[in-house]
Design a protein around this ligand. Structure first.
Ligand code: AMP
Length: 396
């Protein structure tokens, strides 16, 4: 059977999933290498949930992402009987021009390296496995799938900052992220909710990274994320939207370096910074510390504010969709957020919410409320299959 490998690499982990191409895409293997460089651990399960490997390595064996990629590639080669026709990679930044997935060659890779300053914590980690696989298996197409691509159809008005125009031409513009997640949700809407699929929908991707996207007729018209993945909602450890004057103050009056400010905004802020307790909503919900409750209040408040902004961009709202870790798993948070949408006419059904039903709203609610689990890996596998098909590179 032909197979597609999907890679989603972060700073200390490499997640992977293998799909068989057989009358559509079939999930075969899912795994991850965690603790890269510190306490490396490779685990994987097959489609039935049976453990295929659960093994620790020494930090010197898996010192970095390149070594992790080689290790995972080698293990998959041994275990997979199928014919690998492509590897799809999640790449956070495609810059202004990449509006579609693309087969990576040296020129594309060099181009994507130019965007490292725009996503310093993500882009280098996304590119390292591509480079490693280009060397390890040069005959297999490597397909980059961008978190920015789904937002490339935004209007110029939405994409601009009100700063001198030449900065826009240089690439200082609002990109939007989590696009693979939103694209997947948009692809599910016609099946899950045909009555609103062509309408005005806000999707809230609420995970350790969090953002919201306004969809009209299944296409992104606005996002809470902008130039970098720091904008919009407060996240696990990221600040979300902040007056740029705060950054100027920290640099000029507090004497902080750009690196210190960056570390503070990316790693010490958001739910973690506000609560002083944790970046994880589960911990905050369990904590008795009033700062934990305050951090959650702030998070919910900002989601409500942005819902207003995005509803304005859409000119009304037909549905609101929850997805990602918090959106898919926390009835408590969904209820608190739905309450903030009450002024728009949202009415949550407590039983449907507690049961995790797909449709969460009461009859008569407008907007309708939904939970739709996201699947960025499947979206990447679809894209990689399509790129292979277009180029006639495999049997897909
Ligand atoms: P993600 O980045 O989409 O994997 O989401 C991870 C985040 O989802 C975690 O950091 C938690 O904050 C949150 N999360 C996962 N499960 C739950 C749950 N049952 N209740 C509340 N939050 C959850």
């Amino acid at each position: 059977m032909d197979a597609i490998l999907v890679i989603n690499a972060g700073s200390s982990s490499l997640k992977f999933e293998v799909f068989g191409i057989e009358r559509g895409l079939r999930k075969l293997v899912r795994g991850k290498m965690e603790g890269i460089g510190t306490t490396p651990h490779l685990s994987a399960r097959d489609h039935a949930g049976t453990t295929m490997i659960d093994q620790a390595f020494s930090p010197s064996e898996v010192a970095d992402l390149t070594a992790a990629t080689r290790m995972v590639g080698g293990w998959l080669r041994e275990k997979l009987s199928g014919n690998l026709v492509a590897v799809g990679h999640r790449v956070v930044h495609g810059g202004p021009d990449y509006s579609k997935p693309i087969r990576v060659d040296e020129k594309v890779l060099a181009d994507l390296e130019r965007f490292i300053p725009l996503a310093p914590l993500h882009q280098p980690n996304n590119l390292a496995p591509i480079r490693a696989f280009v060397e390890q298996m040069p005959q297999i197409p490597q397909v980059a799938c961008f978190d920015t691509a789904f937002h490339r159809g935004h209007s110029a008005v939405a994409d601009h900052y009100a700063i001198p125009e030449h900065y826009f031409a240089e690439g200082v513009r609002r990109y939007g992220f989590h696009g693979l997640s939103y694209e997947y949700i948009a692809s599910r809407l016609p099946e899950v909710a045909p009555e609103i699929a062509a309408g005005r929908v806000i999707v809230a991707h609420l995970g350790s990274g969090a953002s919201m996207c306004a969809l009209r007729d299944g296409k992104s018209i606005e996002s809470t994320l902008g130039f970098t993945a720091l904008d919009g909602l407060p996240m696990g450890t990221r600040s979300g939207q902040i007056d740029p004057g705060v950054v100027l103050y920290l640099l000029s009056e507090r004497g902080m370096s750009a690196q210190q400010v960056q570390d503070m905004l990316y790693k010490e802020s958001g739910l973690k910074g506000l609560s002083g307790v944790s970046n994880d909503v589960r911990d905050l919900l369990e904590s008795n510390d009033p700062r934990a409750e305050f951090a959650l209040d702030h998070f919910v408040y900002r989601i409500g504010l942005y819902a207003g902004q995005l509803a304005a961009a859409l000119g009304g709202l037909d549905a609101f969709v929850f997805t990602a870790g918090i959106g898919e798993n926390s009835p408590v948070m969904r209820a608190r957020i739905a309450e903030k949408l009450g002024w728009l006419g949202a009415l949550i059904d407590a039983d449907a919410n507690a049961a995790g039903k797909t449709l969460l709203s009461q009859p008569g609610s407008k907007p309708l409320l939904f939970v739709i689990p996201t699947d960025e890996e499947l979206m990447i596998a679809r894209h990689a299959t399509e790129v292979v098909r277009i180029h006639g590179l495999g049997a897909a």
